[in-house]
Design a protein. Structure first.
Length: 285
């Protein structure tokens, strides 16, 4: 390795090390009792109140006893894409993302599930720039992200937040989330996140045109919106989910570029909701 390349690599490692240390310092994992208490609060706050099935869940587990039924949303090709955002670590568990990231800070950060496969040393090579930085830490080579492509039956256009999925004309549109888990790698030959989030109007409807179609048969189920704000309270929104069980690798540099400017004004990863395991809050797949 030439001296200039060596110095560049050392610098990248130091930057990555500092970023990791800052994340660990500010987000020490909470004890199991905290997560147990949150799950107990969720059960208490929903018991007998008629809430529908919740998300995220283990997609490899089919059981569920929630009694609220709602019709599956139309295929995404018959709906409007309204939002794209991503969470650091997968909110769902199953397929190729079953490695628990830990309890995190109890507020949705540094928790969730990671890619359970192996990556090469080259793919894990640190980058010398901040990627989608935030107060909760940015992305590092080897991180897992879960991307939500959200669709609405309302006449809407792609935009920031889930508010873009609602309209004054239809306050209760059907919602669908096409879900793909990615692992971000330091590899220029990996997928381009800009292309993966590309969208255009087709047949009069806004569509994401580059969602991978080679990452396994999607698991469809009835659930809700997600996010750590629902760790102790249920989401009242009904969502049809399709979660692909296999991960795809994406070039970390392209994710960082996307965070610098996109239609959805997304510039960092969202936190994750605790995995829902209470059968009373899960639909049967």
């Amino acid at each position: 390795m030439k001296k200039r390349q060596l110095m560049s690599f050392v610098s990248a490692v130091m930057v990555s090390g500092v970023a990791f240390a800052e994340q660990a310092m500010h987000h020490a994992p909470v004890a199991d009792d905290v997560i147990i208490a949150q799950r107990a609060a969720l059960a208490k706050n929903t018991a007998g109140k008629g809430f529908g099935p919740q998300s995220p869940r283990d997609i490899d587990t089919k059981a569920g006893s929630n009694a609220r039924l709602f019709g599956a949303a139309p295929a995404s090709t018959a709906m409007n894409l309204c939002n794209i955002h991503f969470h650091k670590n997968a909110e769902h568990k199953g397929g190729q993302f079953t490695q628990y990231a830990g309890n995190g800070d109890g507020k949705g950060y540094q928790s969730g599930y990671k890619y359970s496969g192996k990556l090469t040393a080259a793919e894990l090579t640190p980058v010398a720039v901040d990627v989608c930085p935030s107060a909760h830490g940015g992305l590092l080579s080897g991180d897992t992200i879960e991307v939500h492509y959200v669709y609405s039956s309302a006449q809407v256009s792609p935009g920031p937040t889930l508010g873009a999925c609602l309209s004054d004309a239809i306050k209760n549109p059907q919602l669908r989330v096409e879900t793909q888990v990615y692992v971000v790698v330091n590899d220029a030959k990996a997928l381009d996140f800009g292309k993966l989030t590309r969208h255009e109007v087709k047949g009069g409807l806004h569509q994401a045109t580059m969602i991978p179609n080679n990452t396994g048969k999607p698991i469809q189920y009835a659930g809700s919106t997600t996010g750590p704000g629902y760790n102790e309270n249920a989401s009242p929104l009904q969502v049809t989910w399709r979660v692909r069980p296999k991960v795809a690798k994406v070039n970390i540099a392209t994710v960082g570029q996307w965070c610098k400017g996109n239609t959805f004004k997304e510039d960092h990863a969202h936190g994750v909701r605790n995995l829902v395991i209470n059968p009373d809050l899960l639909s049967k797949i």
